[in-house]
Write a protein that binds this ligand. Sequence first.
Ligand SMILES: Cc1ncc(COP(=O)(O)O)c(C=O)c1O
Length: 369
Amino acid sequence: MVDLHKQYLRIKDEVNTAIQTVLDDCAFINGPQTGEFARELAGYLNIPHVIPCANGTDALQIALTGLGLKAGDEVIVPAFTYAAAVEVILLLGMTPVLVDVDPATFNIDAKQVEQTISSRTKAIVVVHLFGQCCDMERIMGVASKYNLFVIEDNAQSLGATYTFSDKSVKYAGTMGHIATTSFFPTKPLGCYGDGGAMMTADSALAERVRKIANHGQERKYHHQIIGCNSRLDTLQAAILQVKLKYIDSFTEARRQVAHHYDEAFRECRHIVTPVKPSYTSHIYHQYTLKVNNDKRNALQAYLEGKGIPSKVYYPMAIQEQAAFRVLVRTTQPIREATRLSRCVLSLPVHTEMTQDEQARIIDAVRRYE
Ligand SMILES: Cc1ncc(COP(=O)(O)O)c(C=O)c1O
């Protein structure tokens, strides 16, 4: 689905130099590259604070804790997503309240959020899925009406932008009260191990989450609040400094592939290509088709037979998962998320795809009957 090795070869000299510098300094934890990278990413996103941590799941847990959310609170989440947000909400003793998704964009259906709010609702976690933004203007409007926090899970859409109705443009991850991301190797900005970060414009919140990620201390051995240990190590930060320079060109490379797919599949009767609303750009972390007429599994098997990889993100909606089934709250039937789990199929899309590779995939999909 991605070719990390080929991508590494392209930036090998820079990455190797960055790694060697860290090895020479032996400042493996909290070395200068970690802070430098955080400032560079903050500059790219145009947000005052980026607080690195160990992975995207920790980022969500620390963000929710930093906002002061407590056991018993309700947090709204989409029903069709990676499970990390649901998991941490439950680990913190809170209740995830599921909202169905818009079947066109795969993102939380902003129109349905308001109906799920109760007196216990404290926050909304939006997930910018597959590379494009949720309808943030509407979501921020509902949040401000009901005084709710908005946490943007931006693990999949770093670099995507949202255009508000007044034409102002913001990056995904800079619109809510706090955002989180993951630097898992295959993510839009990926390191060579685990990594994550939080971003916020709120200085007090930034200090709180920074403290939580550092055992609740600002000064060593002076623990002011209960925290945890969640660090982005220096080697990963040094690699991310290199890769951040390429983020826009990598996005452009994926967009080119997506554009070819869009054009090539226009006439295919079994499949629906990704829909991009005008308020968001798309960075194509995934290129996800909807396959009609219960043919998804057959198409996947057919592609596999031709040596073409494809993946189902995600094969079950959240309320169908054994771990969450009885713990989540729903206020209405979750139809679209369930339907999507039966019909979505993601094709390879990455920065190193050759014209030949694309042509082979396109040809195979188009021949499928
Ligand atoms: C939407 C989303 N949120 C959170 C995460 C968790 O990130 P990590 O694997 O770094 O903990 C992921 C990773 O797959 C993700 O896709």
